[in-house]
Unconditional design. Structure first.
Length: 328
């Protein structure tokens, strides 16, 4: 009994130390998922004979992803960095398994994973300037040099470009999410560094869902039929406007943004999320696959779920640095 009481007391003190807006935001996400779960349970009774298995799998997977990310945010920057290092590893593995299949590329594949470890090492060490240039400059130069030194010339340019694109997208861009957790408390953040990350994830995923819902309800005119046939102008614009409104009204609760800075983020972030989505769609269409893997039931692969985030994360980070943060 004393053990249960001590555990409850520790949990209460731990939650009490968290920023109130962050706890409210996480609670709101849990409520929304609960409503979605209830709807998924009722739909088969309202419309029998129609399969809702994919919807059920999607919601179950969302519960798992929310639990993982919420736990990491509450535990602090170390846990969040470790989680995103793992996400980057899974995304890079998916990308390389699809885009790089030649035996002679194996040394470069090993080097790519070592670059991932080094990049997140800079985040753990809080060495922003090293992180900023490591993959875009030194890996950009060093990996092709390695490929040349081992005598690989067939398809050299295409292979070098493929490796660099994968590292920038799956490691460098996603790493900016973790680096947001290194913003010091002296910045006077309304929900702490975890609030910055929470709001980025919220806005990015909300944009994906909003575009999907608007497209399902009102979609008529295809926006990019040769790249992503299911996307429509109605879905794109509806999601853009809805997400911009979310950022404008909720952004000040979790971020130090205001005025023209907040308006600019609200305007460009939904478009960046859409760009990340269709860019990955173009890559998958080029390779000839529907999903990057089956790691997340109902969603496909990790890179399928993080495609929008690979574009929104660096944009959000640098706009925060431009308009609101002194640290970067």
């Amino acid at each position: 009994m004393d053990f249960v009481g001590d555990l409850t007391g520790h949990a209460g003190r731990f939650l009490a130390a968290q920023p109130a807006p962050l706890l409210a935001g996480l609670a709101g996400v849990v409520v929304l998922l609960g409503v979605a779960s209830a709807i998924a349970a009722v739909l088969p009774r309202l419309k029998p004979g129609k399969s809702y298995e994919e919807l059920r799998l999607r919601i179950v997977s969302w519960w798992g992803m929310v639990a993982l990310l919420a736990g990491a945010l509450l535990l602090g920057w170390q846990a969040t960095t470790a989680v995103f290092a793992f996400i980057s590893f899974l995304a890079l593995r998916e990308f390389l398994s699809l885009a790089v299949r030649r035996r002679e590329d194996r040394p470069a594949i090993l080097a790519a994973y070592l670059c991932l470890a080094a990049a997140y090492g800079f985040i753990f060490a809080d060495r922003y300037m090293f992180y900023l240039v490591f993959i875009p400059v030194w890996v950009f130069l060093g990996l092709p040099a390695l490929m040349a030194l081992i005598g690989q010339t067939k398809g050299y340019l295409a292979s070098a470009a493929t490796f660099h694109w994968g590292l920038v997208t799956c490691v460098y861009n996603l790493g900016f999410v973790a680096f947001l957790m290194r913003v010091p408390s002296s910045e006077h953040l309304p929900a702490g560094p975890a609030g910055l990350v929470f709001f980025l994830l919220l806005a990015t995923e909300f944009n994906d869902v909003a575009q999907y819902v608007w497209g399902k309800l009102f979609g008529r005119r295809k926006i990019l039929p040769s790249v992503s046939p299911n996307k429509t102008w109605e879905g794109f614009l509806g999601g853009w406007i809805t997400t911009a409104a979310l950022i404008w009204f909720v952004g000040p609760v979790f971020t130090p943004l205001s005025g023209h800075g907040l308006a600019f983020v609200a305007f460009v972030l939904p478009a960046a999320g859409f760009a990340g989505d269709v860019t990955m769609s173009a890559i998958k269409r080029d390779i000839g696959v529907k999903d990057t893997s089956h790691a997340i039931p109902g969603h496909g692969g990790v890179l399928d779920r993080a495609d929008s985030l690979t574009f929104t994360a660096p944009l959000y980070f640098h706009l925060m640095a431009l308009f609101a943060l002194d640290r970067f």
